[in-house]
Design a binder for this molecule. Structure first.
Ligand code: URA
Ligand code: CA
Length: 432
């Protein structure tokens, strides 16, 4: 096989075979296919699209390109969750211990944030001592013992995806549905999931800016999950405004602690109940979504979910005292309020711009090499649809410096106050 012939075949609108796709991924991973040919191929896929069979072959070839985690020594059905990303998305910190406390094992590998705000790993690392690196053995033992562990993605998991993603990033081929779908699903499959719950976000703060694209991506991932013999479903959720009220690493751990005690923001708690119910049904701990939901509500009100969170922190080396004194995580020297310039109803909180404001404070990375400041971030006091008085604080800004005029300016530009607004829909659709 020659790469140039395969590029031509795809360019002329023909579907590639499984063997041809495997050839491309294997040779590219071994550096036998140069980046210029791969770039041409990616652009062809961008314009010509792929069939479900092609995307499935691509996904499995990428999953096979490196280490695959064997979770078979963990008892029960391993259900993984993946979010396509958002601003202030504190879900995993709440959901992992919540679902585990009801008995579904959660062996989760998470990533760092590449966008404006930190990823789950960055948030966990804001807890002093918390270890995100465990050997495979320790990871599995931990899940068998406490039902949950959250660690960093192993370096050799789907190396083809890592290489391809870097190339896509510089060739304007990131936002292609077959490439996104195969990228996400290859990592979930290599990480050993039996079943997969996808949270596909849509809106200003998401990859998929509109519902139609989110729907296409969801259907594609659900179909390739099924073709790869993993039970898969997707929830399309709203990311036009940030999720919850905290954006920033330490702040989001505090928000997770409050939510696990039933005192967090409604949208975050609801999101966790919706995703968690699906995980319980896929994990065969409940027969119906209603039954699943009442198990989750019970785990919050009884304190079982919070207890599991505390054990997870302790067992992974973290300072447990933050569970009773979460304010220890809020280390920023300045807390600056942002008063509303007029009275009215909040009509818009532009998620991505607010994420950028948090990044400017130091809560996220502009480049991969940058370090994150765990103590800084934003605490929103008003979400879309809520009433505000003139002079009332819209946001508390946790900062390292008092010189934050550009950040205040950005926030004012992206928090609109008007006459009236509907509360945005949190869950748009569920796709099975
Ligand atoms: N997330 C991924 O893991 N891959 C993509 O291509 C896009 C989002
Ligand atoms: Ca949040």
């Amino acid at each position: 096989m020659r790469m140039v012939d395969l590029i031509e075949k795809k360019r002329d609108g023909y579907a590639l075979t499984k063997e041809e796709i495997e050839f491309i991924i294997q040779e590219y991973t071994k550096d036998k296919i140069p980046d210029y040919q791969m770039s041409a191929f990616l652009m062809t896929v961008f314009y010509e699209d792929m069939t479900d069979e092609e995307i499935t072959a691509l996904t499995l070839a990428m999953a096979d390109s490196g280490e695959k985690i064997d979770l078979s020594s963990i008892e029960g059905i391993k259900v993984d969750k993946h979010s396509t990303g958002g601003v202030g998305d504190t879900t995993t910190l709440v959901l992992a211990p919540l679902v585990a406390s009801v008995g579904v094992p959660v062996a989760k590998m998470s990533g760092r944030g590449l966008g404006y705000t930190g990823g789950t790993l960055d948030k966990l690392e804001s807890i002093p001592g918390f270890k995100i690196e465990l050997s495979d053995r320790a990871f599995i033992d931990e899940v068998n013992k406490n039902k949950v562990a959250v660690i960093g993605q192993s370096g050799d998991l789907a190396p083809a995806d890592k290489k391809l993603y870097s190339l896509r990033d510089v060739t304007a081929t990131v936002d292609s549905i077959p490439l996104i779908a195969s990228s996400i699903m290859s990592k979930k499959i290599a990480a050993g999931a039996d079943a997969i719950v996808l949270d596909v976000t849509t809106g200003e703060g998401a990859f998929m800016k509109n519902l139609e694209d989110a729907r296409r991506l969801s259907h594609t991932m659900v179909r390739i999950g099924e073709l790869a013999k993993r039970k898969t479903m997707a929830v399309i959720s709203d990311m036009s405004q940030p999720l919850g009220k905290a954006i920033g690493n330490g702040l989001e751990v505090v928000e997770a602690i409050e939510t696990l005690q039933g005192e967090g923001p409604n949208d975050l708690l609801e999101m966790c109940y919706v995703l968690g119910s699906q995980m319980l049904v896929l994990g065969e701990k409940a027969e119906t979504l209603e039954e699943a939901r009442s198990l989750l509500e019970e785990a919050v009100s009884s304190g079982a979910a919070f207890e599991t969170f505390k054990n997870m922190i302790k067992n992974q080396g973290g300072d447990e005292s933050i569970c009773s004194q979460p304010e220890k995580l809020l280390t920023a020297p300045f807390k600056i309020e942002l008063p509303a310039k007029k009275a009215g109803v909040v009509t818009q909180l532009v998620a991505n711009e607010i994420g950028i404001a948090a990044m400017m404070l130091g809560a996220g990375r502009q480049t991969k090499e940058e370090t994150i400041d765990y103590g800084v971030g934003l605490k929103l006091h008003k979400k879309v649809g809520e009433q505000v008085e003139k002079g009332e604080s819209l946001v508390t800004i946790y900062s390292n410096t008092e010189q934050i005029e550009p950040i205040k300016e950005k926030l004012y530009q992206n928090i609109q106050i008007g006459e009236a607004a509907d509360k945005p829909i949190l869950i748009h659709e569920i796709i099975t």
